[in-house]
Design a protein around this ligand. Structure first.
Ligand code: NAD
Length: 257
């Protein structure tokens, strides 16, 4: 599968799943636009290193996905957008009646509304190019719920609704829109929680991973950023041309329970 000549914009891609997806799309030949809200030397170095590793063009464009105008500006600055991966996301955990309003607003803005803005800006480019792929990173929490994650779960369910509508509005064009629903993925964010959890439960690393973190994931294995990248590349392939408006779970059986 070659994505040579295609430009992929991945929001929130200077770490974790977004970075993993960017690597796999670059490995498949796509030119890459990396993004986050920071504008550090490391962000631009990440882009330079990825370009060298895969022999493709990689740019880093700073844009805050909590701001609608910056979401749209990201796509405009990219200049073309054949593949749009809406990945940027944050989390906050609290009961509904104690949930800080500012956290609710930020999660809805970054995890849901950003995908509306980037999609609105990218679809005209995809229609003009005569080809496009929208890949929205939802979650197992886009299909199921857990307590204390109201904003995240509302946003991730919303992303699936947006995905279906995008698919219907592009169904007669060579454009698809799908959502990937990961279970637990060992990103730096998750890795950082392991030492504290080991201390809290008096358990070793493997026990914490299997009995605490992966309690709801029947495989008792993390999904990897490479697997999510591979799933994204598949959705960009010709084999997936008739897959649109649906979800693909990469969750070790979580949503089969
Ligand atoms: P992460 O914290 O490593 O990555 C989040 C990315 O979003 C980072 O690059 C960060 O810089 C970026 N970001 C945050 N706020 C932003 C903003 N305002 N503007 C632009 N970029 C911003 O976390 P991750 O685990 O890689 O999560 C990536 C996506 O995958 C999220 O949407 C998350 O909800 C989803 N997800 C993660 C898991 C998991 O277990 N890690 C499971 C299911 C879904």
């Amino acid at each position: 599968m070659s994505l040579k000549g295609k430009t992929a914009v991945i929001t929130g891609s200077n770490s974790g799943i977004g970075l993993g997806i960017a690597h796999e799309l670059a490995r498949a030949g796509a030119d890459i636009v990396l993004n986050s809200f920071t504008d550090a030397d490391e962000d631009h170095q990440l882009a330079a290193d990825m370009a060298t590793e895969h022999g493709v063009t990689v740019r880093y464009i700073q844009a805050d996905m909590s701001k609608g105008d910056q979401c749209r500006a990201l796509i405009e600055k990219a200049g073309s957008c054949d593949i749009l991966v809406n990945n940027a996301g944050i989390q906050h955990v609290a009961p509904i009646d104690e949930f800080p309003v500012a956290k609710w607003d930020a999660i809805i803005a970054i995890n849901l509304s950003s995908a509306f803005h980037t999609t609105a800006a990218a679809l005209p480019m995809m229609r003009k190019a005569g080809w496009g792929r929208v890949v929205n990173i939802s979650s197992a929490h886009g299909l199921t719920a857990s307590p204390f994650k109201s904003a995240y779960i509302a946003a991730k369910h919303g992303v699936i609704g947006l995905t279906k509508t995008t698919a219907l509005e592009t169904a007669e064009q060579p454009i698809t829109a799908n959502a990937i629903c990961p279970g637990y993925v060992l990103t730096p964010l998750v890795e950082a929680q392991i030492p504290d959890t080991m201390e809290k439960y008096g358990m070793g690393r493997d026990e914490v991973i299997k009995k605490v973190m992966l309690e709801r994931q029947p495989s008792r294995e993390f999904a990897t950023v490479e697997q999510l990248g591979g799933t994204t590349v598949f959705l960009c392939s010709d084999a997936a041309a008739q897959i649109t408006g649906t979800t693909i779970s990469v969750d070790g059986g979580w949503t089969a329970l």
